[in-house]
Design a protein around this ligand. Sequence first.
Ligand SMILES: C[S@@+](CC[C@H](N)C(=O)[O-])C[C@H]1O[C@@H](n2cnc3c(N)ncnc32)[C@H](O)[C@@H]1O
Length: 244
Amino acid sequence: MQDDVFFDQLADRFSDKIYGSTKGRLRLAVQQDAISQLPSFSSQAWRVLEIGGGLGHLSEWLAQNGHQVLMTEPSEKMVAAAKQRLQLTSVDVQQASYQSLSVEQHGQFEMVTVCAVLEWLADPQAALKRAYELTAPGGYLVVMAYNRDAQRMTRFLNGTGVQSLLDRPGNGRCMMPTTLFSASDLRGWLEALGGNVIDWRGIRCINDWIPDLPFEEILQIETAINQEEPWRSLARYQHIIVRK
Ligand SMILES: C[S@@+](CC[C@H](N)C(=O)[O-])C[C@H]1O[C@@H](n2cnc3c(N)ncnc32)[C@H](O)[C@@H]1O
């Protein structure tokens, strides 16, 4: 079984490929739109835990909105870069894997986020279970994960034919996730935890299939379709919020 992929070797590529491009802007815009619509997001200061926070883009925005954020991340290189990026913010950055987080040590949080992490783990369901334990009753678990079916779609369109039905996980040395699962797998795992799915959107429903357009135009299109089928379930990432 492939181990969890800590981003020590992938830190630079991640920064350039995702946050240096429309993909990163779009990802953050959709996350922010979904999270900012939650009741009391703007009126209360929540304790928030980010698991696998990477360079801390989401944590930064959450702190700017008045929340008390603990950003955890196991990669030494990512932690160093996040501390540098977030030095003027109130975000508390700590080096930790999800396996080392516990209710006994950290308490529970009004919001726990696990974004673009599950697809790099040997056991994504174990991580979801831990994240849910760390979510306070009435709190929110925010999950974003890579969609196996978007990979299939790319391969169909590239002419890979029936071979496209065979998943091609990455080997941990490139930006292709190492654990592939579908939108319905993810929903099933979340529903099994017992909370209510209150928001479900796709990220990059159509962006990857159309020529470059001005960012505002892409965002307008994505926002119009990202909560509708079939667009949502074919999007590159799934973004789901569960209320505990
Ligand atoms: C694709 S990055 C996503 C970073 C950030 N959440 C974002 O969306 O920008 C995946 C992150 O998961 C982290 N990761 C890998 N294994 C982990 C584990 N066992 N516990 C917590 N995070 C882990 C990696 O080090 C990496 O920084």
